[in-house]
Design a protein around this ligand. Structure first.
Ligand code: G1P
Length: 291
């Protein structure tokens, strides 16, 4: 029986360059889709999967220093004492426990997703944990992380959400080298970050939901910069594979939207609005008008 997944890491310190100028004054995770910020969808997805402790890794933005994200949490009554000592802060966040625990955001430099996850190592400790990238928004009957957690109960080890992408887009994703595939679960023998389509081992790509083993921190501690001159989570995963625990991909049920991209975000707004009975008729009328 695999160990229960209690903690989730939300890297929210990216620069959001594909969404400038909107992201000049706020983190991309604060962009609303219909009427909720992306980060709220991710947090609710994690809650639905049974996560109890929520770890936010914010970036030190030149013009914002993560303030708008913290004030969002504070407005929801989750975050307090951002300027106190670390122990104090942790205690206070732990106190906000009736809907789960909300440890302090961890400031970091934007050195890449791998570095962001590594910044959460002390709060995660020695247990498997989830990572959610809020700009990957997933519309699904069963929330995507819940699908992963349920599958993980039988696979154990590490498990990542995957989907097929057009071959020419492999250079946007972490891509799997496949050892076995039953149509839903994929046994993985390697992963490559953003491979050129000419050399990509497959077109099965990682979407921003991960269940990882704490050993990943040992690898993150020493890997150098990879694709895009960033410290890549995928490079640490590549080292994790072949260790003493299994590594799988899960083709999840649901539709994923890349909300770090303007068109993807617009598409998400339409899809999520159409999924809401209170809005669908009006949105359909508007779409008819424009099309
Ligand atoms: C990140 C990961 C990549 C993954 C992708 C999913 O890339 O590095 O492996 O496939 O998220 O959205 P990014 O979108 O930050 O470039």
């Amino acid at each position: 029986m695999a160990q229960r997944i209690r903690k989730a890491v939300f890297p929210v310190g990216g620069l959001g360059t594909r969404f400038l100028p909107a992201t000049k004054s706020m983190p991309k995770e604060m962009l609303p889709v219909v009427d909720k910020p992306l980060i709220q969808y991710a947090v609710e997805e994690a809650q639905a999967a049974g996560i109890e402790e929520f770890i936010f890794v914010t970036g030190a933005r030149q013009d914002d220093d993560g303030r708008s994200f913290r004030s969002f949490l504070r407005a929801r009554g989750h975050a307090r004492g951002a300027r106190q000592g670390r122990a104090d802060r942790r205690r206070q966040f732990l106190d906000a426990a009736n809907r789960g625990r909300w440890p302090t955001p961890v400031s970091r430099k934007p050195l890449g997703l791998g570095h962001a996850v590594w910044c959460a190592r002390n709060l995660v400790g020695d247990e498997p944990f989830a990572v959610l990238l809020a700009d990957d928004l997933i519309l699904a009957e069963t929330p995507c992380l819940k699908q992963l957690v349920e599958a993980h109960a039988s696979t154990g080890g590490s498990l990542v959400a995957v989907m097929e992408v057009p071959h020419e887009h492999t250079n946007r994703y972490g891509v799997l080298d496949i050892a076995g595939d039953d149509g839903r679960l994929v046994a993985v023998k390697g992963v490559v970050e953003k491979p050129d389509p000419k050399v990509a081992p497959s077109n099965l790509s990682i979407i921003g939901r991960y269940i990882l083993q704490p050993e990943v921190f040992d690898h993150l501690a020493h890997i150098g910069r990879g694709a895009g001159n960033e410290i890549q989570l995928t490079d640490a995963l590549a080292e994790l594979i072949g260790g003493n625990k299994p590594f799988h991909g899960l083709r999840f049920d649901g539709r994923r939207f890349d909300c770090g991209d303007k068109v993807g975000w617009l598409q998400a707004n339409i899809a999520f609005a159409l999924a809401r009975p209170d809005m669908a008729p009006a949105v359909r009328r508007i779409l008819d008008e424009y099309c």
